[in-house]
Ligand binder design. Structure first.
Ligand SMILES: [Zn+2]
Length: 263
């Protein structure tokens, strides 16, 4: 089943977006002779991983970073990362198995059977893997996570440890709109999105902004973490927007001010 991905290509901004999800009913497996397991993470590679210990450690730690920040309990579902040493080999694989995503540097594939990430060794590998592996950890804990929030969280965590989710490209985009008074955020609009087909780069930026606003505001972070805890436990829950409006009279105004202060 295709879906989100093909539409992303048609929208023409796929190369600029680090966030990407593909849902297939059949997991994909390829022969990778080198395998390394760290906690929940299983890395399969077509080249030795001996010299990549730091990256492997960082990706494994990403789980604890996410769980600690979001107050989530550890899960046991494995996240498989398939790494190609050679870009050409990766592109050939993508053309064969995911032609609609062939231009992407990395993808996350979520199925009922397996959580998988595919990527190749390139200049952006660390950031790309932090983003895609974040999807894996998030899906392991909350398979029912709303699309916009899934992407907003991945964009927050892709910047790495110690950065407090400071995503420079999103800040640049939104700050310009704040300066020209042309940004009118609306969380309910994001909540209505059910497919990446409907998501623009602006939506990714705004999704990140809501996540950053909540997680980096000590007195508001519980609004998000309590919501995520209910999702993780499978509890019926009202939308995050409704919870937020009970906490704040004007969340949009507060969000715009939050972004304004980031510059
Ligand atoms: Zn993503």
């Amino acid at each position: 089943m295709i879906c989100r991905v093909l539409a992303l290509v048609l929208l023409g901004w796929i190369a600029a977006c680090a966030g990407c999800q593909l849902v297939r009913t059949h997991p994909v497996s390829e022969p990778f002779p080198y395998t390394l397991t760290r906690q929940q993470l299983v890395i399969h590679s077509d080249a030795p991983l001996d010299r990549q210990q730091r990256l492997v450690r960082d990706l494994a730690e990403q789980r604890d970073i996410i769980n600690t920040k979001l107050g989530l309990a550890p899960t046991t579902n494995l996240v498989h990362v398939y790494l190609y040493a050679n870009e050409q080999a990766y592109r050939q694989f993508m053309e064969l198995r995911f032609p609609e995503m062939a231009e992407r540097r990395a993808i996350f594939v979520g199925t009922d059977a397996q959580l998988s990430v595919y990527a190749y060794w390139g200049d952006h590998l660390a950031e790309d893997l932090r983003h895609e592996v974040s999807h894996g950890y998030l899906h392991a804990a909350m398979p029912n996570l709303p699309l916009w929030l899934d992407e907003g969280l991945a964009e927050y965590f892709e910047v790495g440890r110690g950065q407090r989710g400071f995503n420079e490209s999103h800040i640049e985009l939104l700050s310009a709109q704040v300066a020209s008074d042309s940004w009118q955020p609306e969380i309910e609009r994001l909540e209505a999105l059910s497919s990446v087909v409907d998501m623009s780069q602006q939506d990714y930026a705004e999704s990140w902004a809501w996540v950053h606003f909540l997680l980096e505001s000590e007195d508001k972070s519980a609004v998000l973490t309590d919501y995520l805890t209910d999702l993780a436990h499978g509890n019926p829950t009202e939308p995050l927007s409704r919870r937020l409006r009970k906490r704040l009279a004007g969340p949009q105004v507060a969000l715009v001010e939050h972004v304004r202060l980031l510059r």
